[in-house]
Design a protein around this ligand. Structure first.
Ligand SMILES: Cc1cc2nc3c(=O)[nH]c(=O)nc-3n(C[C@H](O)[C@H](O)[C@H](O)COP(=O)(O)OP(=O)(O)OC[C@H]3O[C@@H](n4cnc5c(N)ncnc54)[C@H](O)[C@@H]3O)c2cc1C
Length: 416
């Protein structure tokens, strides 16, 4: 049995930062990672674009992870256990008991506080209404990314991509660079869910057709994909059958969303947010259960890794303080918002009247010109003109607690 102040489950960018944040408080830390190495999803993201905000540099995924691993090595209190799949988390009288296993051993860890940093998994074909057969050649975009970038395999020659989230857009460019033909990206919504920079750099710069309000209805092929049927959708997102057409291809990549890896805490009755499909947290990234923290992609899908690291650091630091008995949870206030905002993370803060905290949120659709406002006690306490706010891009506001009365409401004024 390992005894530790803080247990971090997951050794991706969030877990690395959480481990460092907790260690800086003087807490002892154990990190459990199911893979044979740290770094999480970053290790298969060989494109650049990571770390622009934190390091002011355009790093590749592995380079960004390496920076954090170097920082982790300098901490004396951190015990990293790889090849350890954490399968259960139970509350105890003094904190939590986690059980993990690998091919040889069972690892039990008793901790005063836990940071969940387990990331997301991709939605598979079974999770969407995709008709037809299931031949070889249907991959999730992240799986294809690992096969190409890590294992050096070729996934196909003529590819259709369903879904225009960031992974799909990045993979479209990657496939073209690998000599494949990307016939088209089909997106059921009227706008892409990806970052504007990825649409420009990965799609437009490579002349890849992006078909909005269009979906793949059926897969055709016995042993290998021979093609797919695509159709435009009506306002209820239902395919218009009469306009269905056949697109020959040998590969279909699915980039249709991510599912937070929340199951480990499924029995703990945590306050849940159906919008993010994950748990609700306060400004310390603490869930509704004391000592259990949640950050990074398992909390909500982030578009920038810098934000993931920032959340991880904060969650780890707060978990360390919790383990040492020093987290101030007086005057809990709920953050409310108008109908243009889908959710906020955190949902609660503690009104200690000094210091600042950051609220991240997503809007419901794309807007050309807006003003983002924070109101408290009927007074505007923060205002930011925001041109081109998109549903695909996470927004953030830093708030000064000394300006906040006893409530906090976020709103978006739509100018056009
Ligand atoms: C294809 C792709 C391209 C991206 N491109 C960019 C980009 O250009 N710029 C940018 O800033 N961001 C980008 N991102 C986003 C960024 O990579 C992610 O936001 C970030 O990696 C999320 O970090 P995380 O630690 O929360 O999750 P992950 O990186 O997924 O790490 C989670 C870790 O938890 C481990 N784990 C899960 N379950 C268990 C368990 N039960 N027991 C033990 N360990 C477990 C996993 O093995 C993994 O190592 C991209 C993401 C993807 C997928």
């Amino acid at each position: 049995m390992i005894k530790t102040d803080v247990l971090v489950i997951g050794g991706g960018p969030c877990g690395l930062a959480a481990g460092i944040g907790a260690s800086k408080t003087g807490a002892t830390v154990t990190i459990l990672e199911r893979d044979s190495r740290l770094g999480g999803i970053l290790m298969q993201c060989i494109h650049n674009g990571f770390g622009l905000h934190l390091f002011n540099e355009e790093l590749t995924g592995p380079e960004y992870a390496e920076r954090w691993m170097e920082m982790l090595k300098k901490e004396k209190n951190i015990n990293v256990i790889c090849d350890a799949f954490c399968s259960s988390l139970e509350p105890t009288a003094t904190g939590y008991l986690a059980t993990a296993y690998n091919s040889k051993n069972l690892v039990e860890v008793e901790a005063k506080a836990v940071v969940m940093a387990l990331g997301c998994r991709e939605k598979p074909a079974g999770a969407i209404l995709l008709g037809g057969t299931r031949p070889a050649g249907v991959f999730s975009a992240g799986c294809a990314q690992k096969l190409i970038n890590v294992d050096g395999k070729k996934v196909g020659k003529r590819v259709v991509i369903l879904g225009s989230g960031d992974i799909g857009l990045i993979m479209a460019r990657r496939l073209v660079c690998e000599g494949a033909e990307v016939v088209g990206i089909y997106e059921i919504m009227s706008q892409s869910g990806g970052l504007a920079r990825n649409i420009t750099q990965c799609v437009q710069d490579f002349n890849i057709p992006l078909h909005l309000s269009t979906t793949v209805t059926r897969v055709v092929g016995k042993k290998r994909v021979e093609g797919v049927f695509v159709a435009p959708v009506n306002e209820k997102l239902q395919p218009i059958k009469e306009l269905e057409k056949f697109v020959p291809c040998d590969t279909l990549l699915l980039s249709v969303g991510l599912i937070p890896e929340i199951e480990i805490a499924g029995e703990l009755g945590l306050e849940f947010n159906p919008v993010t499909n994950s748990y609700i947290v306060d400004e310390y990234y603490q869930t509704s259960r004391a000592g259990l923290f949640c950050a990074g992609n398992v909390l909500h899908v982030n578009d920038l890794v810098d934000n993931v690291s920032r959340e991880g650091l904060r969650a780890g630091e707060c978990a360390g303080l919790f383990a040492k008995g020093g987290l101030d949870t007086r005057n809990k206030v709920e953050i409310t918002h108008d109908e243009h905002i889908k959710y906020t993370a955190p949902k609660y803060f503690y009104n200690t009247k000094s210091g600042e905290f950051q609220v991240s949120f997503r809007v419901d659709k794309n807007y050309k010109r807006t003003i983002i406002r924070a109101m408290s006690g009927g007074v505007e306490i923060s205002k930011r003109p925001a041109p081109a706010v998109t549903a695909g891009e996470m927004q953030a506001l830093k708030l000064d607690k000394s300006k906040i009365a006893n409530d906090l409401h976020l709103e978006i004024e739509v100018m056009e």
